[in-house]
Ligand binder design. Structure first.
Ligand code: CP
Ligand code: NVA
Length: 325
């Protein structure tokens, strides 16, 4: 891993946005600044230097779906920043019994300094953010997973020393949260992006159009194809995700058939650059979207990636909750 990365983002810059819902809301410079801050926070934590930027602040965390990494990394991150996090399962709060999103957002804003939400429809988190007077952070919706992708960019940067000009290839379900956030984040930082997905599983059209414009502005391209061999050719970074995301359980059987030929395996990865790295947001299904030989092999950086959730999210928390509203 490259330890010292020269990176042009300005650490400690003021982020203009109240919320962190999608990477499309953030400029390339803001994303790079968050990455720079994440690297500094990681360095401080590894060196045992206290960094209580959020002393006494409280993060509420609403989960409507299961989580291992997101819950734990946010909770630990808040503790390391001198604050506290409260886990709120939607099953146990009145939201799960029909209390409105707007009332929940308004009430929570009177108690806590920031709210992380993991939910289904992206419109729900948007409504939540519109009604909350404190920052709202997207901990995953059906459409986006921006915290994960900030951690992915941090991981790529640490391993490759740069992001600009690298080719990122994603193979699998094109119409899911990871693909959309990866497309937005990678295009914003100047990467080539190639997505290979089966017919009927292409990324959201609106996001595709806006990412094409961003890529073009940076002199890069977004390629969508049904051919995984074409997408992975000379890739620096290979990524996949589960074939059936949370909430898609009834489609598992059909999807297993539809995604045949889209498994990330040794044969496919032989077409990537020799020094490619493999990422997966986890949880993974070995033998489905990826073979054990790849995810547990020498090119895999999935546990660095999981660790980086902590450091990337601390940068987001510090940027959004370190100021008053
Ligand atoms: N990658 C990720 O978001 O993991 P969890 O679902 O465990 O939070
Ligand atoms: N696409 C996956 C990501 C899990 C972190 C899902 O939504 O289930």
């Amino acid at each position: 891993m490259i330890n010292k990365v020269e990176w042009p983002g300005y650490s400690g810059m003021t982020i203009g946005q109240k919320d962190f819902l999608a990477l499309s809301d953030y400029s390339s410079f803001e994303i790079k600044s968050l990455l720079k801050d994440a690297m500094e926070l990681k360095q401080m934590q590894k060196s045992g230097i206290p960094h209580p930027y959020l002393q006494g602040k409280v993060l509420g965390m609403i989960f409507e779906k299961s989580s291992t990494r997101t819950r734990i990394s946010f909770e630990v991150g808040m503790l390391q920043l001198g604050g506290h996090a409260i886990f709120l399962s939607s099953k146990d709060i009145q939201l799960g019994r029909g209390e409105s999103i707007s009332d929940t957002a308004k009430v929570l804003s009177r108690y806590v300094d920031g709210i992380m939400v993991r939910t289904f429809g992206h419109d729900k988190i948007k409504e939540f953010a519109e009604n909350a007077t404190v920052p709202v952070i997207n901990g995953l919706t059906d459409l986006h997973h921006p915290c994960q992708v900030l951690a992915d960019l941090l991981t790529i940067l640490e391993h490759k020393g740069t992001l600009n000009g690298l080719k990122l290839c994603y193979i699998g379900d094109g119409n899911n949260n990871m693909t959309h956030s990866l497309m937005e984040g990678a295009a914003k930082v100047g990467m080539e992006v190639a997505i290979a997905s089966p017919n009927g599983y292409e990324p959201n059209k609106e996001i595709t159009e806006s990412v094409k414009v961003i890529a073009k502005q940076n002199g890069r391209q977004l390629t969508l194809t049904n051919d995984p061999k074409q997408a992975i050719q000379d890739a620096d970074v290979v990524i996949t995700d589960v074939w059936a995301s949370m909430g898609m359980e009834s489609e598992v059987e059909a999807r297993m058939k539809d995604f045949e030929g889209y498994q990330v395996n040794d044969e496919l990865c032989s077409l990537a650059k020799k020094d490619y790295i493999f990422l997966h947001c986890l949880p993974a299904h070995r033998g489905e979207e990826v073979t054990g030989s790849i995810i547990d092999g020498p090119h895999s950086v999935v546990f660095d990636e999981a660790e980086n959730r902590l450091h990337a999210q601390k940068a987001i928390l510090k940027a959004l909750m370190g100021k008053s509203y």
